[in-house]
Design a protein around this ligand. Structure first.
Ligand SMILES: *[C@@H]1O[C@H](CO)[C@@H](O)[C@H](O)[C@H]1NC(C)=O
Ligand SMILES: *[C@@H]1O[C@H](CO)[C@@H](O)[C@H](O)[C@H]1NC(C)=O
Length: 365
């Protein structure tokens, strides 16, 4: 079915280059691939070598699982459906890419993808060929592999890769998506977690883009970037309910922008954590539960910067809980949050701002 490329967006008040919030950009999206490939072709310098040979050999056929199956979904092509009740925080699958494309290359994108596919073992070429090119329906001949790549590629750290099974997972907006994928640099694979409970027979959905936007904006973007008309449960709400949802999502987006201004000292720690609690409350109302680990981790950073050990610990514990649910308990993000929870003063920003008490989380653990 229609696919995505990963996104990046709203930057939280994360000032550290290696902090989890930054890694968390995996959870957000933009039309990165297309953009990257087009701009890449114009760039002179190549980072060729290692990447092209990085094709992995370990991915067996993982298109089946006791937890889910790939089935035809009326109006949507293929999709992934739960075969049993799945609890929140369950690892749904892990997948290594067929191949990765680095952020910078110098060959024509079309030829590059053709070359990468031709280096794959035959059965993997067949897997690639079976992918949809929905985002570029008119592509033919030499343009076809690139069209498939653009339709199905996902961010994988600094690179962009093809993950044939994950590519079968359809998109849902706001409260409709129930799973999230993230790249693991250590094992060079993408993992997908159910961050909400998913019932038997329910479709498993991820989000191809940031959906904290009004319905009209979301649908226009999805149509333009992925060439489909979103009919997820949130896009199908009645006008009245949709309006209420839009208002919450736009408010969440505006609050995140405000939160980001803590980094340049436009707002203080008390206000920043109050904003985070407000985003959390709106998330409960909307049932938008994604990105909570990063949000709580940002709050822990704010608390640590303002010397508030108790608040930093509470937020870091909350961050650990939600990172574990959405990215896995052994993710670098969950581990980093746990370290801060155990010793808030070890945060690299500890005491870097004036002393103040900030808000504690409204959410319990
Ligand atoms: C799944 O959960 C629902 C709701 O709690 C329950 O009614 C149903 O029996 C469960 N199904 C299975 C197979 O456990
Ligand atoms: C901080 O960033 C915000 C939003 O980008 C901007 O409006 C504001 O002027 C900046 N403040 C300072 C002190 O740089």
């Amino acid at each position: 079915m229609v696919k995505r490329t990963k996104r990046k967006q709203h930057s939280l008040p994360n000032t550290s280059a290696e902090g989890p919030s930054r890694l968390q950009i995996l959870l957000r999206s933009s039309a990165f691939v297309l953009y990257a490939l087009v701009s890449i072709a114009a760039l002179g310098a190549a980072v060729w070598s290692q990447y092209y040979l990085r094709t992995t050999s370990s991915s067996q056929n993982i298109s089946t699982s006791p937890l889910w199956e790939i089935v035809d979904i009326p109006g949507k092509g293929k999709g992934m459906v739960a075969r049993r009740n799945i609890t929140q925080g369950t690892l749904l699958l892990r997948e290594t890419p067929l191949f990765l494309v680095p952020p910078t290359v110098r060959q024509s994108p079309e030829q590059l993808i053709i070359a990468l596919v031709s280096q794959l073992p035959l059965e993997k070429q067949q897997v690639f060929d079976a992918l949809s090119h929905h985002a570029r329906p008119d592509a033919v001949g030499d343009a076809l592999p690139l069209a498939k790549f653009e339709t199905n590629s996902m961010n994988a750290g600094e690179s962009v890769g093809i993950f044939p099974t994950i590519a079968r997972i359809n998109h849902g907006c706001s409260s409709a998506f129930n799973a999230a994928y993230s790249w693991r640099e250590d094992t060079k694979e993408t993992v997908v977690y159910a961050f909400k409970p998913i019932f038997q027979g329910e479709e498993i959905l991820i989000s191809y883009t940031d959906t904290k936007k009004s319905r009209d904006n979301r649908r226009a973007y999805l149509k333009q970037s992925y060439n489909f008309d979103c009919t997820c449960s949130v896009c199908s709400l009645s006008p009245e309910l949709s309006k209420a949802s839009d208002a919450r999502l736009e408010r969440m987006a505006a609050l995140r922008e405000k939160l980001a201004t803590w980094a340049n000292k436009s707002i203080g720690g008390q206000e920043a954590t109050s904003v985070i609690n407000e985003i959390w409350r709106l998330g409960d109302e909307e049932q938008y539960l994604s990105e909570r680990g990063a949000l709580a981790y940002d709050a822990a950073q704010v608390a640590a910067a303002h010397w508030d050990r108790v608040a930093a610990q509470a937020w870091a514990e909350l961050a650990h809980k939600w990172f574990a649910i959405e990215l896995g308990v052994n993710s670098v993000q969950a581990k980093a949050a746990l370290r801060i929870a155990q010793n808030p003063r070890s945060h690299r920003d500890w005491g870097s701002r004036y002393k103040m008490e900030v808000e504690r989380p409204i959410a319990g653990l």
